[in-house]
Design a binder for this molecule. Structure first.
Ligand code: ZN
Length: 178
């Protein structure tokens, strides 16, 4: 699907077009949308975000990579090159923004916390014994499953942090989504 979109910048985003996006979908969030990008990563969406990037570079990189551009900037949306790859985020606040994204690009529940929140790279499972020296002893003794970011080597595990994020997402999205 991404390939086709690259071929034709003017394809408009209709809800029916993006059924398969989620984990396979790719996004580039503009500089105003750091929080949204982070929370989308929590849900497993592939979202690039750079705090300091020229609009022109952002558009170029997004299009080259077949990424939907998430933006609050009407001028950016109007750039001819952006074409159908722009997705205008209507609201100022994170809950509204997340709801708008989820409405158009459905969640895949199994993708929750499968991506490094810092690097945006899919996490890999790692054998428990290999993280012995990298996680707090209490965590090691109480958790069985660990994942690691192949880029920054950060180790992730289930725990209160995850529960907190799930709770926040459920309250934002309304109901028990996760
Ligand atoms: Zn990482």
């Amino acid at each position: 699907m991404n390939k086709e979109l690259r071929k034709n910048d003017n394809v408009g985003w209709k809800r029916g077009d993006v059924r398969l996006v989620c984990c396979g979908g790719r996004f580039f969030a503009d500089a105003m949308l750091g929080k949204l990008a982070r929370w989308m990563r929590v849900m497993g969406y592939d979202v690039l975000y750079e705090r300091y990037i020229e609009d022109r570079d952002l558009v170029e990189r997004a299009l080259k990579d077949g990424r939907v551009i998430l933006t609050r900037d009407t001028l950016l949306m109007k750039r001819r090159k952006v074409g159908g790859m722009g997705f205008f985020i209507e609201a100022d606040t994170l809950p509204h923004q997340l709801r708008q994204v989820v409405h158009s690009f459905p969640i895949d529940r199994k993708c929750l916390l499968t991506r490094c929140l810092i690097c945006n790279i899919p996490l890999e499972s790692v054998t428990k014994v290999l993280v012995y020296e990298e996680v707090p002893r209490y965590v090691y003794n109480t958790q069985e499953e660990f994942t690691r970011c192949p880029a920054c080597r950060r180790v992730y595990w289930r725990g209160t942090h995850r529960e907190g994020m799930v709770k926040t997402l459920n309250s934002i999205l309304g109901g028990t989504v996760y």
